[in-house]
Design a protein around this ligand. Structure first.
Ligand SMILES: [Zn+2]
Ligand SMILES: [Zn+2]
Length: 263
């Protein structure tokens, strides 16, 4: 069976290129069995420019994905999702938490107390705070994200390392505690976009993947593609890392129900 790529963006976010069809065709060309769209859920005015769609565009977005499902039936499964910022903003209507058209929701943290820590324009924030405090605050947000029970997938688990800033402290204990607090099972994506960023490694790192396996945390795959040529990027390395850690299956989602795909 082929693999899934559940983390892709569309031109609606303002910083991605290519049409929905081009993404799907790229996924077919890569031999994937599923492609999921997870464009950024709308952020409030003042935060969203060039980052997310407007809150009036969610239906247009959903329609653009849903219309492809039957068109590509038999060739590839097309899944519908959102990448939702946590803490939540009221510009993303909570009706989408249970919308029957949506296969999964990715919960992601891009802001620590209002600081867009993964945005190159605000990188100086790393020199203004203690690095372990930053990591500690980041994982505290992930803890709430995971325990909220809203999400099916945690996005780019250790994104805070994006520009190469490493914690001094070992956060294994805090990471294990995130999943003890979870009311529902949640999958962690192996997001290959980190390979294309200054840190030059996947999210999460190999040692965290090993820890997740020991905790029985399910995993899935996402490229975080912002253009069709990034679909399925470095998935063979991601699968290799997963197998090395002991994983033999990944999660897939249909209508918010998880099923497993054998690696
Ligand atoms: Zn993201
Ligand atoms: Zn993303």
């Amino acid at each position: 069976m082929g693999l899934v790529d559940y983390h892709t963006h569309t031109a609606l976010c303002g910083h991605a290129t290519g049409t929905v069809e081009e993404y799907i065709e790229a996924a077919i060309a890569k031999g994937l069995s599923e492609i999921g769209f997870s464009d950024h859920a709308p952020l409030p005015e003042g935060l969203r420019k060039g980052i997310t769609m407007h809150d009036g565009q969610t239906e247009e977005y959903l329609a653009s994905i849903v219309s492809q499902i039957s068109r590509y039936k038999g060739r590839i499964a097309v899944r519908t999702g959102f990448e939702v910022d946590f803490p939540l903003h009221d510009t993303f209507d909570q009706k989408y938490f249970t919308d029957p058209r949506i296969d999964y929701l990715i919960g992601s943290c891009h802001f620590i107390d209002g600081w867009a820590f993964d945005h190159p324009d605000f990188i100086d924030g790393f020199s203004k705070r203690d690095i372990d405090d930053i990591y500690s605050r980041y994982y505290a947000i992930l803890k709430d994200l995971i325990s909220s029970g809203i999400f099916h997938i945690v996005g780019h688990f250790d994104l805070v390392k994006k520009f190469g800033h490493r914690a001094k402290k070992n956060f294994s204990k805090e990471i294990a505690a995130l999943f003890n607090a979870a009311r529902h099972s949640i999958s962690v994506e192996i997001n290959t976009a980190g390979l294309r960023k200054p840190v030059e490694e996947m999210y999460p790192s190999e040692d965290i993947v090993a820890l997740l396996f020991s905790l029985n945390v399910p995993v899935t795959l996402g490229s975080d593609a912002h253009s069709p040529d990034e679909v399925g990027h470095a998935f063979s390395s991601a699968v290799e890392m997963l197998k090395k850690a002991g994983y033999r299956k990944i999660s897939a989602f249909e209508k918010r129900r998880r099923f497993d795909i054998t690696l």
